[in-house]
Design a protein around this ligand. Structure first.
Ligand SMILES: [Zn+2]
Length: 107
């Protein structure tokens, strides 16, 4: 997939403008979350992890942790900690952030 956007674009918490991820860390735009579309990122910053939990998603069972804005506490998405299906292992350590919770800007 080719995405023609500025690699320095920053994704911020929509609630408080806290920068949480960069365009260069965006891996995929093809995820679905509770509230709609979600993006997968290789890294996220200025976030705190919630407690570990097991969750059964469309593609299998995962151990995940909710991720929350470190500034305002808004729930942004989740981090995959462990995948139980071999073909889903690539998701381990990745972050899913709901697009409804972030806004993109440019420098
Ligand atoms: Zn925030």
């Amino acid at each position: 997939m080719t995405i023609h956007t500025d690699p320095s674009a920053t994704y911020r918490c929509k609630n408080c403008q806290n920068p949480v991820a960069f365009r260069a860390e965006l891996l995929s735009k093809n995820y679905l979350a509770k509230t709609g579309r979600a993006f997968m990122f290789s890294h996220a910053r200025n976030i705190v992890l919630g407690p570990k939990q097991e969750r059964s998603l469309m593609t299998g069972v995962y151990t995940i942790a909710g991720i929350f804005c470190s500034n305002c506490g808004e729930e942004l998405g989740w981090k995959y900690l462990q995948a139980y299906e071999a073909r889903q292992k690539f998701k381990e350590g990745k972050f899913i952030i709901e697009t409804a919770k972030i806004a993109k800007d440019y420098y």
